[in-house]
Design a protein around this ligand. Sequence first.
Ligand code: ADP
Length: 159
Amino acid sequence: MTKVLYPGSFDPLHNGHIDIIEVAAKHFDEVVVATVRNPQKTGGLFELEEREAMIQESVAHLGNVTVTNFASLTVDLAKELGCDFIVKGLRVVADFESELMMARMNRAVAGIDTLFIPAGAANSFLASNLLREIARFGGDVSSMVPQAVAKRLAERYGS
Ligand code: ADP
């Protein structure tokens, strides 16, 4: 049985993330999606509990996906949960550069390998920071996020 961990800030979750989760759920026995409790990223939109709830709703159709949160090192969470690999999505070359460093570091500190899943062509321009910015100024991003996220964005910004 192979279990993988998909970590991220998911602020907010978008269709690119869902794509990666669905591919991982197809190839692995269990997928744990973990939202980071204290992201170092500034300009956050949703609280951890809201992000987690939106992910739960959005992956409800996938029987082998669970959702959690963490405030520790990703590799510590992976070990604690008994995950075999960390899974990451890659959009563009810039993602690869930073993810490669992180993957090598995680292997060096904990012996955990990272598997990369390429973003689908239709989703490769999606990034949470861009969606946050558009939503804050009233832009419509409802076609780029799961329904659960679109609903909360509409409640907050009326978009
Ligand atoms: P973002 O970069 O959108 O702020 P996160 O930090 O939450 O997102 O990203 C979590 C993981 O999802 C990372 O591995 C990231 O590369 C991946 N990811 C982000 N956006 C996409 C996308 N559009 N398609 C595929 N993977 C993505």
